[in-house]
Design a protein around this ligand. Structure first.
Ligand code: ZN
Ligand code: ZN
Ligand code: ZN
Length: 496
C-alpha cells in the first residue's frame, strides 16, 4: 500500500533491519537535485490562514466556498471539497461540536493543546475508512501506517509516565468518543498513535519555508535522520512531497534527511531527537567529529580573530562559498585571518552569555516588541540594532544562534525602514552563517541569497557581483524549490 502512494521510486529501495526500517539508494545517483520520489499525503491538514486558503489543495484563489456544516474550512470549489470529503468527515463533526459547545470537556485545555494533532488524527482515520471501503485492507490500520516509529514508541512507553501524562491521554480519548461512531480509541491507543504521529509526520512548508500544514507521508517516514543529510524534502502543488538529493549518492547508501532545525546547537538537537523521536543521534556532527557542512573551509584557512572584523569574516565566507567567485582571489585576500575553526567549535555549544548581558539583551528584545506592537518600525529597528551590537560583542562565536535570530529580525525591520546598506551587511552575515551550518542547497540559503542579490543591486554599483549572487541563488533554488518554481523563473529572467 505504501508504494501505491508514490511515483518515481526506482531510485529507492526499502530495507527492514532487525530494529529499524530504512531507505537506500537502489542505484548510483550523480545529479544533485534528482527527485527520488514524489508522494501525495495520505492525510494532511492546513494549519494557518484557514480563511483564505483551500483546505485541500492549499491554493489561495480570490473566492473560496465554506463548508456549510462546520463553517470553518474553505475550498476552491466542489472538486476540492469532494476530494477532501473522506478526510474532513470526522474532522467536521469535531469542529462543529467544538464550535457549538461551551463548557465541559470541550473547553478542556488538553484537547485545546492537542487540537492540531487531533485534527490530523481524525483526517487520517477518515481516509483509512475510505481505503477500507475500497477493500485495500492492508492500510486500514493506523498502527501499520506508522509502524516504522514503533520501536521508538515502545522505548518511550517503557519510560515511567507521570500521572499528568496519563490524564492527558484519557481526556483526549474522551473528547474523541464524542465524535467518532464508537469508542474506537482507548487512552493507551491514542497515546501510541499520537506519539507515533509526532515522530513520523511532517510539517508542510510553503515557498518561503514557513510551516503551513502537516501531513502523513508513509513513504517519507521511511527516511532516517542525519544532521548532515543527503536528501531534502520539498513540497509541490501545495501538498505533494518530493524527496530530492542534496549531493551525489552511491548505490546502497542510506537516504537521510534532517528531522530537526540544523541551526540548533548540538545539545538542543539531541534533546529534541531524544524527546520527540526517541533516539540518540550518532552522526559525526553530534559526536563532535565534524562541526560544519563545509569541512574544507576550516582546513583551508588559519584565521585569527584579532586582525579582522566580523563583517570581513562574513564577506569572506560568502565569497568563499559562492561557486561563481574565483576562489583564488578570495583566498589571497587579506581577510584570511580569522579563526573559523575555533568559532565553529564554539558554535556547536550554546554561548554562555553572562547574566548581566543576558538581561540587557532581554531589555532590547522587550523594547523591540513594544515598538512593533505600536507600529513604530524606526524605533523597533533601533532596538534590534542595539541587540545585534550587544550580541556581537558578547558572543565569542560570531555564529551564535541568538545572534543569528536577532539578525533575522533586524534585517526584516531594516527592509521596512529602507536602510538598505545596513540591510546588506546583515543579510551577508546571515548568508555566511547559513552556508556554514546548512547543507549547500538548503531552501533558506536560496531565499536569503535572493534577498542579498536584490540588496546588492539596490545599493552596490558592482553589477557583476549581483549577477554572481543571483546565479548562485538560482542553483540553490533549482534544487530546494524545483526548476519550474516561480522564484527560479524570476531569476532566469533577471539573468538573461
Ligand atoms: Zn483547492
Ligand atoms: Zn466541515
Ligand atoms: Zn546528529
Amino acid at each position: 500500500c505504501i508504494t501505491d502512494l508514490c511515483v518515481g521510486t526506482n531510485y529507492l529501495s526499502i530495507e527492514s533491519g532487525e530494529w529499524r526500517v530504512h531507505a537506500k539508494a537502489s542505484r548510483k545517483i550523480d545529479r544533485v537535485g534528482t527527485v527520488i520520489s514524489r508522494n501525495p499525503p495520505l492525510a494532511h491538514s492546513l494549519l494557518v490562514d484557514l480563511e483564505s486558503t483551500c483546505a485541500y489543495c492549499f491554493a489561495k484563489p480570490p473566492k473560496l466556498f465554506r463548508c456549510s456544516k462546520c463553517q470553518t474550512l474553505r475550498y476552491c470549489g466542489r472538486e476540492c471539497q469532494s476530494k477532501d470529503f473522506a478526510q474532513h468527515k470526522w474532522e467536521c463533526a469535531y469542529r462543529s461540536k467544538r464550535n457549538g459547545c461551551s463548557g465541559g470537556r470541550w473547553e478542556d485545555s488538553t484537547a485545546e493543546q492537542h487540537h492540531q494533532e487531533l485534527i490530523l488524527l481524525l483526517r487520517t482515520y477518515g481516509e483509512l475508512q475510505q481505503c477500507k471501503k475500497r477493500k485495500r485492507d492492508q492500510c486500514t490500520k493506523i498502527d501499520d501506517l506508522v509502524q516504522c516509529g514503533s520501536h521508538h514508541w515502545d522505548e518511550m512507553v517503557l519510560a515511567p509516565k507521570n500521572r499528568e501524562q496519563s490524564l492527558t491521554y484519557s481526556s483526549l480519548a474522551s473528547v474523541l468518543t464524542d465524535v467518532l461512531p464508537n469508542s474506537w480509541l482507548n487512552p493507551q491507543h491514542i497515546e501510541g498513535v499520537l506519539r507515533r504521529f509526532q515522530a513520523n509526520n511532517f510539517g508542510i512548508v510553503n515557498a518561503m519555508h514557513a510551516t503551513i500544514g502537516q501531513g502523513v507521508y508513509p513513504h517519507g517516514a521511511l527516511l532516517n535522520h542525519s544532521c548532515d543529510p543527503n536528501c531534502l524534502l520539498r513540497y509541490r502543488e501545495g501538498t505533494t512531497m518530493e524527496i530530492v538529493t542534496l549531493r551525489p549518492i552511491e548505490a546502497g547508501e542510506e537516504l537521510t534527511h534532517s528531522y530537526v532545525d540544523l541551526m540548533k546547537y548540538t545539545e538542543q538537537r539531541s534533546l529534541e531527537l531524544r524527546n520527540v523521536h526517541g533516539f540518540q543521534c550518532q552522526c559525526k556532527r553530534c559526536k563532535g567529529e565534524i562541526t560544519v557542512s563545509l569541512p574544507e573551509l576550516h582546513q583551508s584557512s588559519k584565521l585569527h580573530r584579532s586582525t579582522a572584523s566580523i563583517a570581513d569574516l562574513y564577506k569572506w565566507i560568502v565569497d568563499r562559498s559562492n561557486p561563481y567567485v574565483d576562489s583564488s582571489s578570495v583566498l589571497s585576500s587579506e581577510v584570511v585571518d580569522l579563526e573559523v575553526e575555533a568559532a565553529m567549535k564554539v558554535y556547536n555549544k550554546p554561548d554562555r552569555i553572562i547574566d548581566e548581558l543576558d538581561q540587557q539583551a532581554q531589555a532590547f528584545r522587550c523594547a523591540a516588541d513594544y515598538h512593533r506592537a505600536n507600529d513604530d518600525v524606526e524605533q523597533e529597528a533601533s532596538a534590534l540594532g542595539q541587540l545585534v551590537c550587544l550580541l556581537e560583542k558578547a558572543c565569542y562565536a560570531p555564529l551564535s544562534m541568538e545572534l543569528y535570530q536577532a539578525r533575522g529580525d533586524y534585517l526584516s525591520s531594516l527592509l521596512l525602514t529602507g536602510n538598505l546598506s545596513e540591510a546588506r551587511r546583515q543579510c551577508t552575515a546571515i548568508v555566511a552563517v547559513l552556508c556554514l551550518v546548512f547543507p549547500s542547497y538548503h531552501p533558506l540559503i536560496g531565499l536569503q541569497l535572493f534577498t542579498l542579490g536584490d540588496l546588492e543591486g539596490a545599493c552596490g554599483d558592482d553589477l557583476q557581483k549581483q549577477q554572481n549572487i543571483y546565479k548562485w541563488a538560482r542553483d540553490v533554488l533549482r534544487v530546494s524549490h524545483g526548476t519550474q518554481h516561480d522564484l527560479v523563473q524570476h531569476l532566469d529572467a533577471q539573468l538573461q
